[in-house]
Design a binder for this molecule. Structure first.
Ligand code: DX5
Ligand code: ZN
Length: 217
């Protein structure tokens, strides 16, 4: 199966959000990556339900909603109602991760777990059969446009081994500092989904950049 590309709307021009969404609709991208930040788990605040509902009304591809919020369990149904198709929660925010994943599954969204750059991949072993995807952060979450952290390659490779043994259908998604310069190497390491924000929306030709991320040299 060929890999997926998920443009992160965090770096879009919100004054022209409809045009930005239409650009993604018309591009080779596969998913809309939607970053939700609460100013508590991460130092930044992004956007909430009303914006996501409006994104959903215009988007022609599934919404991959990445929750960077404390107590995500309180809001799972609200994100479903807002239009999330894929929903990921941070390992670091979920003391009852198995229950949280089960609830996302019961709400008929694809459940994912996210880990920060310092969280050991091995900690995912017992939850791996229950999730549809793992999102590996390759920056510390909270902002777009940060530098890629190189340990991501080693982490993707370790997760790939666990995937082969425990859940071959798992998607490995990588998020943060991804662009045309490192896409091929990330895919080679085992990534299945590339998230890119600033590399796409700050490019002079965003649609061509998506095409390059879909077809890296
Ligand atoms: C960061 C977010 C990312 C962010 C990536 O906390 O999870 O999805 O938008 O932005 P870039 O691709 O610019 O690093
Ligand atoms: Zn993200």
């Amino acid at each position: 199966m060929s890999h997926l590309v998920a443009p992160s709307l965090l770096s879009a021009n919100f004054l022209q959000l409809k045009d930005e969404i239409d650009m993604v609709n018309q591009s080779e991208a596969d998913l809309f990556h939607v970053d939700v930040m609460d100013g508590h788990f991460v130092p930044n605040i992004s956007f909430g339900f009303s914006i996501i509902k409006q994104i959903k009304s215009q988007a022609e591809k599934p919404l991959d909603v990445h929750l960077m919020i404390s107590n995500p369990d309180h809001y799972l149904r609200d994100f479903k109602d807002a239009g999330a198709d894929w929903l990921s929660v941070h390992y670091e925010t979920c003391p009852h991760l198995h229950r949280t994943i089960q609830q996302i599954h019961n709400l008929e969204m694809k459940p994912g777990v996210v880990i920060n750059p310092h969280t050991h991949v091995e900690l995912l072993r017992d939850i791996l059969p229950d999730v549809g995807f793992v999102l590996l952060m390759s920056v510390n979450p909270g902002f777009g446009g940060q530098h890629f952290i190189e340990n991501a390659y080693r982490r993707i490779a370790a997760l790939r081994e666990m995937k082969a043994a425990l859940n071959p259908d798992l998607f490995i998604e990588v998020d943060g500092g991804v662009g045309t310069g490192n896409a091929a190497a990330l895919l080679e390491a085992g990534a299945d989904i590339l998230v890119a924000g600033s590399a796409i929306f700050k490019a002079s030709d965003p649609k061509a950049t998506i095409k390059k991320l879909k077809n890296p040299a």
